[in-house]
Design a protein around this ligand. Structure first.
Ligand code: NAP
Length: 321
């Protein structure tokens, strides 16, 4: 039916098997919104938290007893099909990609409506919708970090969890800034991570990266498995530890800033981050990494795989009918 669409649907919090594919009404854009036919979206770690409703504190924002947004999904790559009457930047037919934030916008669906003044940009001409979807959630968090760290040529960074969605983007963005990168990943992915420009590889399965003798301006934990205390000895006197996880790090940000010297920086949203990613795709310095692609009706399998914490880069879901 013309006014219906398929979407991933759940009415409660729980594991991937609570998701079903439902026929829902196609949304109608408000005055400042565009209607997007979604072709691809990522299934990521944030989506998984929203699906489970964990950590519990998240439910203050996503719905206390049941999810406020029934459809999962936080980013999208697609084509504009209709415009609200006040939309001025985009036109029908534009190919766009966007990231609505970790709490979700219901983009695991064939259509969504989205405000034209939020995080949405044109897709670079030479990439597919699937590739575009792999440039969003994880790359966004890495780009936020890079924009705040402001690295310069010749500095040194260690990226722990270099094969994840966030880590693979960090490695490439640091290399864009001509930073020396030590990447910590499974040894079997050595060649892949080297192909993104990493200068040195530490195989976390056979070596303890915290024993490395390098001194780094930036230590990035892109897998949420280390602490500032563990990584301090790897850092230069003014070195920065940038984690992707861990409530304690939020408290360490102001405390370490007061101490001076080595400090924790928890990357927070900054303006123009999607444009930074778009420019890196266009100049060839960032290549999106796709591990697996699933059709929408296999979305529960995609979530199950993401929950293993072992994906390489991104998992994509495509919305074909
Ligand atoms: N701050 C936020 O708003 C935010 C948003 C999204 C995610 N996160 C957090 O950020 C972290 C990364 O997210 P992500 O989506 O990038 O993760 P991801 O793509 O699921 O990362 C998985 C990757 O990490 C690697 N890995 C697992 N254990 C490792 C270890 N001990 N040492 C080195 N590499 C290891 C895995 O490689 P192998 O297969 O070789 O093990 C896999 O390639 C997660 O903790 C997530 O919860 C935070």
């Amino acid at each position: 039916m013309l006014n219906n669409m398929k979407a991933a649907f759940r009415s409660t919090y729980g594991p991937p098997n609570i998701l079903s594919i439902k026929e829902l009404e196609k949304p109608i854009p408000k005055d400042n919104e565009v209607l997007i036919k979604v072709y691809a979206a990522s299934v990521n770690r944030s989506d998984n938290h929203v699906l489970l409703g964990k950590p519990w504190v998240m439910r203050l924002l996503t719905g206390l007893f049941k999810p406020r947004v029934a459809t999962t999904g936080s980013d999208f790559a697609g084509q504009i099909e209709a415009l609200g009457k006040n939309v001025g930047v985009f036109k029908v037919g534009d190919k766009v990609m966007g990231f609505g934030g970790g709490l979700g916008i219901g983009s695991h669906a064939q259509f969504i409506v989205y405000p034209e003044n939020k995080r949405i940009v044109l897709i670079p001409a030479h990439i597919t919708y699937e590739q575009a979807a792999a440039c969003l959630e994880g790359a966004y968090y890495a780009a936020v970090g890079i924009n705040q760290l402001k690295p310069s040529a010749g500095q040194k960074a260690l990226v722990y969890g270099a094969t994840g969605a966030i880590g693979s983007a960090y490695v490439q963005f640091f290399k864009y800034h001509k930073v020396y990168v030590t990447a910590v990943c499974g040894g079997e992915n050595r060649d892949l991570v080297k192909s993104w420009g990493a200068d040195k590889i530490i195989d976390y399965k056979t070596e303890d990266f915290t024993k490395d003798t390098g001194q780094y301006d930036f230590v990035i934990d892109a897998v949420g498995k280390s602490s500032f205390a563990q990584c301090k000895r790897l850092m230069t006197d003014k070195g920065i530890y940038a984690p992707s996880d861990g409530l304690e790090n939020l408290f360490l940000v102001p405390i370490t800033a007061m101490w001076g010297g080595k400090r924790v920086l928890f990357p927070m949203d900054t303006k123009a981050t999607l444009n930074f990613i778009k420019e890196r795709i266009e100049d060839g310095s960032f290549k999106p990494v796709i591990d697996r692609t699933y059709p929408l009706d296999k979305i529960a399998e995609a979530f199950t795989y993401v929950a293993t914490g072992q994906k390489i880069g991104n998992v994509i879901v495509t919305m074909e009918a």
